[in-house]
Design a binder for this molecule. Structure first.
Ligand SMILES: [Zn+2]
Ligand SMILES: [Zn+2]
Length: 247
């Protein structure tokens, strides 16, 4: 009788990952060419082109500040619904890779984005004792067209990396809103009102880390945080891959 050789699941996954990597080498989010050296998530020489947001940052929304004034101009003017937000990269250094991540099918970037987020913002992620990660949803129509929700891909990879559970369907997008970049701040807020509703997953009493790809005015983050708080969440913190500079 031959003995069955049982490999641990992690081992099988590593072997499968290596096979996929050799057959279809991962693309680097910065240069979009196969990563060098192979097997990494980002080229060694491309890392320097990404600018991580370092201090000083706005204590509320996490935007980069030129001078440490505590809050940015926007956050002095208005109250956000989320407790705090942090972003990983300056938008100017990340916009092309985020564009490809979102619109050019580069779903594979999510894993290295999560890894870099974990490296850069470990303290923020672990010091706040989150019960779950939730991603900002896109509408069903957009999901069908794009094939995936980039914020969800990012959130799921962050969950796999940190061990914080990912809660899907906690909040839904019901209206297909116009692209936000075309609107001014007050139009955005109006547009986003009623764009979200509660999902099926229970978030009562949970401390939530809400993730998205870009932070602009915080209107999307606020709209989603509002729904989650209405659903009984105890607090909602934000985390985005990039944000522009604050003033
Ligand atoms: Zn590269
Ligand atoms: Zn701010």
């Amino acid at each position: 009788m031959t003995e069955k050789v049982l490999l641990p699941l992690g081992c099988l996954k590593q072997t499968a990952d290596r096979f996929v990597n050799l057959t279809y080498p991962l693309r680097c989010p910065v240069c979009d060419r196969p990563v060098w050296p192979r097997g990494q998530g980002i080229c060694l020489f491309c890392l320097k082109d990404l600018k991580a947001i370092g201090d000083p940052v706005c204590e509320k929304c996490g935007k980069k500040l030129m001078v440490d004034t505590g809050l940015c101009h926007d956050c002095k003017e208005k109250n956000h619904i989320f407790t705090r937000c942090r972003s990983v990269f300056e938008y100017s250094s990340a916009k092309e890779m985020i564009y490809r991540f979102k619109y050019a099918g580069r779903r594979e970037y999510a894993r290295v984005f999560a890894f870099l987020t974990g490296k850069i913002l470990a303290e923020y992620i672990f010091a706040n004792d989150f019960d779950c990660i939730v991603s900002v949803p896109i509408s069903r129509k957009r999901l069908l067209k794009r094939g995936y929700n980039q914020a969800e891909e990012y959130g799921r990879e962050l969950s796999a990396l940190t061990g914080i559970p990912f809660f899907d369907d906690s909040v839904r997008r019901v209206k297909n809103t116009a692209p936000l970049k075309c609107l001014n701040p007050s139009q955005r807020q109006k547009n986003l009102k009623n764009a979200f509703k509660k999902g099926k997953n229970v978030v009562k009493s949970k401390r939530i880390l809400l993730v998205d790809d870009i932070y602009t005015t915080g209107a999307t983050m606020d709209a989603c945080a509002g729904i989650l708080l209405e659903s009984g969440a105890s607090c909602v913190y934000g985390l985005t891959l990039s944000s522009g500079a604050g003033v």
